[in-house]
Design a protein around this ligand. Sequence first.
Ligand code: MN
Length: 465
Amino acid sequence: MPKALRPRRAIRPIAVFALVLTTLSAPLALLLDAREREPNGVYAERRAHLVAQLSAPVLLFGYTGRENSSPSYVFLQEPNFYYLTGHNEEGAALLLVPSGTAEKSWKGANEILFLPPRKSEEEKWNGPRMGPTDADVQKKTGFAAIEAFSNLKSHLTDLAQSYHEIWTLAPHAEDTGYPHAREWSAWITQAAPGIAVRDAAAAIGAMRQIKTPGEIALLTKAIELSMDAQLAATRMVRPGLYEYQVAARMVEIHAYGGCETEAYAPIVGTGLHSTILHFNQLDALIQDGDVVLIDVGGQYSGYTADITRTLPANGHFTGRQREIYDIVLGAQNAVLAAMKPGATLGRQGSNSLFKVAYDYINTHGADRDGRSLGRYFTHGLGHHIGLEVHDAGDPSRPLEPGMVVTAEPGVYIPEERIGVRIEDDVLITPTGYKLLTARLPRSVDEIEKIMAEAKVARDERSSER
Ligand SMILES: [Mn+2]
C-alpha cells in the first residue's frame, strides 16, 4: 500500500481471532492461540535498550479499548506499547526509570507495568483479563513489578521531585484519528505540573526499524499467507466477478492461516479504480479488458505484510498494458539491484531508491501526448513494515541489515484506465537484500501462465457439470 504524504494513524479494524489446531506430534489435537508472542526476555531487552539511551523516565500508555466505537472493533494494542511489553490488553501503562541515578530520590522499581483492576461484571461480557494481583501475572507478563493503574499518578508526582522531564508519545500536528498521544500527554502534565513532556517516538521508532529474528519470523509468516492469497487471486480473477469477491477470498485465506486481521483495508481496483491509490469501495464488476490492481496483506501476530500485484482481467494484457507493466517491473528490478545497506527510501540524495525508480519510469515509454511517465509515479518508493503497515521509519535514514521495507513503484494513467503497481517486501541483509516475496511471480509471462492454467481448470470443472 503506498504511503500517503500525511501519516495516517488509523486504528486497525476488524480482527478475526483464528485458532490453530495442530496435530503434528500430539496424539490429541493441541489448541494454541494463533497470536504468537515473543518470549518475555525479548521485550525486557528492548525496554532496557530504550531506557539506557534516555536520561529521564519513560511513561507509555496502552490503548484503553475505547478508541473505536464500531461494534465490530476488536482490541489491538498501541504498537509502541506492544513492541516494549508484548501486552495486548486494555488500559495498561508502562513506567521505566533509568537506574544508576543514586542522587535521585526515586526508590521504586526500574520498570513497572500498571494494569487496571479486574472487573468481574465486565469479564462476564468480554472474557477474563489479567489483573495486577493475579498470582501468575509476573510470569505471564515478564514484569517483576506490577501495580494497579490507580497508583501511577502518585508515582508520577514522586518522580517530578527528581526529574524535570519525562519521555512519552507526544502529540504531533499531523496526528489524525484517536487523540491517544494528546490525551495522555495532557494527563501527565496535569498529574505532574512542571514536568516537561519529551517525545519518545523517534527513539522507539529507531529501534523498531531494525527487526530481530523473532520479528522477521512473524513478518515472514504474514508474507507467506499473503502470497498464498495473492496466488489464489491470480487464479480467480476474471470478468464477471466483483472486486469485493476477490478480496473476500483473500481475507479467508489470511484468516484460515492464522492472521488475526488484515494489515489494512484490502484494495482491489478494476479498470479506472486501479489508478486510485487507496481505493476501498470494492463495488465494481471486473470487465473484460481491465487491469485489476490487488494490494492486499494480512497481519500475523501483530506483524503486517504489504503486497501488490496487477493482473489482466481476462488473462492477457493488451499491448499497451504490457508496455506499462514492463516499465514498472523494470523500475522495480532497477530498485532491487540497488537495494543494500546505505541506500535510502527518500526522494533526495545520491543513494535515493526513489530516484532510481523515477528515473527508470521517466526514461521509458510516454503518455498519449508524448510526455514522459515520471508524472504518473505519484507516491513514494516504499516504507518500512512491521507492527504497522506504514511502520516507524525515517526515509532519510540509510538502510541497514535487519530492516524490512516495501519496493513499490507504480504508474497510474486515469485517462487510459491503466494503473500498475508491483509491490514486494524486502529484508535488507549485510551484502544486499532478500526478497521475502520471491515465491510470488512478477513477470507478465508467469502471471499469464498461471491465469491460463486456472482458466483451463475452471473450464474442465464446468464441462463436467
Ligand atoms: Mn505499501
